[in-house]
Design a protein around this ligand. Structure first.
Ligand code: SF4
Length: 122
């Protein structure tokens, strides 16, 4: 995707307060279990902007491709983006393993063939 061609001035968030997309999180905001503040939805207000944004798809793709660690992009928080990134990596890994298995099976099949498998007189 050519991100230089995206007109970010079309973004719903262009005049929105930046803290809706980059919330300031303090120790007090962390839940008692010590998990990162992302587990609490600090991005709810920002997500309202993203929900109808014409650039949502490109925004999310940019963030995932560039591994943006912070902020709300394409309507997803950092934790939500990490989840889809991990899922995509797992799918790619599974696909690669399946391809490798198929290649090994094809080689095994090739190894079982010899000249007697072919009728050269035809
Ligand atoms: S999708 Fe991206 S560009 Fe659109 S409002 Fe949300 S953060 Fe802004």
């Amino acid at each position: 995707m050519d991100y230089d061609k995206i007109n970010w001035l079309d973004a719903n968030c262009k005049d929105a307060p930046s803290e809706l997309f980059y919330p300031v999180v303090t120790e007090d905001d962390r839940p008692d279990d010590g998990l990162f503040a992302d587990t609490v939805d600090f991005y709810a207000e920002g997500k309202v902007y993203c929900a109808s944004c014409p650039l949502r798809e490109q925004c999310l793709a940019y963030a995932v491709e560039n591994r943006e660690r912070y902020g709300l992009w394409g309507g997803l928080s950092p934790l939500e983006r990490r989840r889809i990134d991990r899922r995509a990596r797992r799918l790619r890994l599974r696909e690669r393993r399946e391809n490798e298995t198929k290649q090994r099976q094809n080689h095994a099949y090739d190894d079982t063939l010899d000249a007697s498998d072919f009728d050269f007189d035809e």
